[in-house]
Write a protein that binds this ligand. Structure first.
Ligand SMILES: Nc1ncnc2c1ncn2[C@@H]1O[C@H](COP(=O)(O)OP(=O)(O)O)[C@@H](O)[C@H]1O
Ligand SMILES: [Mg+2]
Length: 259
């Protein structure tokens, strides 16, 4: 078996903008210490890995300012895209400093959406990067959209799309809470499409600026994934030191979203 046959040992880790940026800032403010800490935890992982990061204050306030989820605005789209690219550069630099062969992949350059949903993403480069030991680092971005001109593509949509296209993956969504929390603040261990009806009332958008639906957006994307595949995802707290290592080491932490 050659390396490219061994495709299902891929891990896709999303790091939320709520962790790597100050999400309450009006314009790009990076949490350099957190980025460095997480890069260190990622550097211990030796298997195939894709990182997707959120935009935090490098994308959401700009997308909101130019109302990108409501109307086409060329200048606003480019300002937002350039801003999140800046964050991607910071994340990739930090990963490289930690010894990871990280390479930034900007969805704007590889993806077309239709009415906010990915219709096509070029993946040949990602396959080759994984085969050759690189760690592709994608991010939430503004992308061209067949119907809308541009649309805002959440990292939370990229992760399940990649998992399906790559034929399976272990998925972790690192965010700012211990998982999906109930009304008492306790972590809900498992969400399935059958218990979601009862749990939905506890799940909302983000406490900060987030144009892609906050926690409810994440759970929606991951439940959609369960319906069409047998892939389980974990939403966990990447703001707690050691949790990224635990997840990458195979521990099932936080809330499992499963069939
Ligand atoms: N039931 C819930 N459990 C956890 N977080 C929730 C819940 N309902 C709403 N949220 C909010 O959703 C946020 C996570 O979404 P978001 O801000 O988009 O994170 P990220 O930046 O990681 O994408 C949490 O930090 C919290 O403010
Ligand atoms: Mg978000």
């Amino acid at each position: 078996m050659n390396a490219s046959d061994d495709i299902t040992n891929i891990t896709i880790l999303k790091i939320g903008g709520s962790i790597i940026t100050d999400k309450d800032a009006n314009d790009g403010a990076a949490n350099y210490d957190e980025i460095e800490r997480i890069a260190g935890e990622i550097s211990k992982h030796k298997d195939r890995l894709i990182i997707v990061h959120g935009a935090g204050s490098f994308g959401h306030p700009q997308a909101k300012k130019y109302a990108l989820t409501e109307k086409f605005d060329a200048k606003g789209a480019l300002i937002t895209h350039e801003s999140v690219k800046t964050l991607n550069r910071i994340v990739v630099e930090s990963l490289k400093n930690a010894g990871v062969d990280a390479v930034g992949v900007h969805p704007m350059g590889s993806t077309v959406s239709e009415n906010d949903r990915i219709s096509q993403m070029f993946l040949d480069n990602i396959h080759l990067m994984l085969d050759n030991g690189f760690v592709p680092v994608l991010h939430g971005d503004v992308v061209m959209d067949i119907k809308l001109g541009t649309s805002v593509l959440s990292g939370d949509q990229i992760v399940p799309y990649l998992a399906v296209q790559l034929g399976g993956a272990r998925i972790g969504i690192g965010s700012a809470k211990d998982g999906v929390l109930d009304d008492k603040g306790d972590t809900i261990p498992t969400i399935t499409s059958s218990n979601f009806k009862d749990i939905k009332k506890y799940i909302g958008g983000s406490e900060s600026t987030d144009v892609t639906g906050g926690m409810l957006g994440k759970v929606g994307e991951l439940l959609k994934l369960c319906e069409t595949s047998s892939i389980t995802s974990y939403i966990f707290n990447a703001g707690k030191s050691g949790n990224v290592s635990r997840f990458l080491g195979g521990e099932d932490i936080g809330t499992a979203i499963t069939k």
